[in-house]
Design a protein around this ligand. Structure first.
Ligand code: 13P
Length: 281
């Protein structure tokens, strides 16, 4: 059943859990993620990232329709979200397809410009009854703790005015995660996250969410993270399964093998985010 980001994050807040938010770069990803969510009877978010289209993967026009159809017929609440939209015209395309949520990413822009563009995205989404996520601060540098986290990560005080003036539904904050593979264990700035959560009363989002330890997932959820963006390690699980798979002659065998591996990986993530697994002693 199709729901908005605001609605799905209300469920997360009531249960003090995070909703897994998975990039679905093709049909196999959609089947893996929605299959895992239905198996566990948990809400889920599926996302199309603007950058994936630029990498030559399926276009929004095609995969967006597939995502909408699969969300509508799912037995669990599913939000269909546009991830990291840097271009307002692209965000409008997603809304025209029926996406129930968009993320405007102006995090590399100066504060005033990020805020002004986010306000335009909020006004636009309102006309469609959709929700908006925006980002403040930038993700860290892979495998390196920044010399000056204040200059990079989300500034809690600035986040207060940004949320108040933009009227967004969820805030993506930067506190030590990065997109892609981690080669050393990420060091998250929990104190910063705790401060942001105390000052802000809308749900918080963690990007660069795959590859983090289960213990850290539980910790950030206890500090107010309600949406965890997840892709790289699910895609890697598919790649590794295919490498080890003896029968690589036909695409259909490879697709089945990759889908199973992604479903298993997404299932574990959803279990942890939904607090279905007992915390390790
Ligand atoms: P990962 O690269 O850690 O999977 O993060 C995905 C993400 O944050 C998409 O917005």
């Amino acid at each position: 059943m199709l729901v908005t980001l605001k609605e799905i994050l209300k469920i997360a807040e009531a249960k003090k859990i995070a909703i897994g938010s998975f990039n679905t770069t093709g049909l196999e990803c959609c089947e893996a993620v929605i299959g895992a969510a239905e198996e566990l009877n948990q809400p889920v978010i599926i996302m199309h990232a603007q950058v994936h289209e630029e990498m030559g993967l399926t276009t929004l026009d095609v995969i967006g329709r597939v995502m909408m159809m699969m969300a509508e017929r799912a037995s669990v609440p599913v939000c269909v979200h546009l991830d990291h939209g840097t271009d307002l015209a692209y965000l409008k395309k997603a809304l025209d397809l029926g996406f129930t949520s968009i993320m405007y990413d102006g995090s590399t822009l100066p504060y005033a410009e990020n805020l002004a563009n986010t306000c335009v995205a909020v006004e636009m989404a309102k006309r469609y009854g959709a929700s908006v996520e925006a980002e403040m601060g930038s993700m860290g540098i892979r495998d390196k703790s920044p010399d000056d986290p204040d200059s990079l990560y989300t500034d809690p005080e600035a986040a207060v005015s940004f949320v108040r003036d933009s009227h967004i539904d969820a805030l993506a904050c930067a506190f030590g995660t990065v997109h892609g593979l981690y080669f050393t264990e990420p060091k998250l700035d929990f104190a910063r996250l705790e401060k942001i959560d105390k000052l802000i009363d809308i749900p918080l989002v963690m990007h660069g969410g795959s590859g983090v330890s289960d213990e850290d997932y539980r910790h950030v959820i206890s500090l107010g993270i309600r949406k965890i963006n997840y892709y790289t390690y699910m895609a890697k699980a598919a790649g590794s399964a295919v490498v080890d798979f003896p029968n690589k002659l036909y695409f259909h065998d490879i697709a089945v093998c990759a889908t199973r591996a992604m479903r298993e990986n997404a299932r574990h993530a959803i279990e942890v985010f939904s607090n279905l697994t007992a915390a390790k002693a």
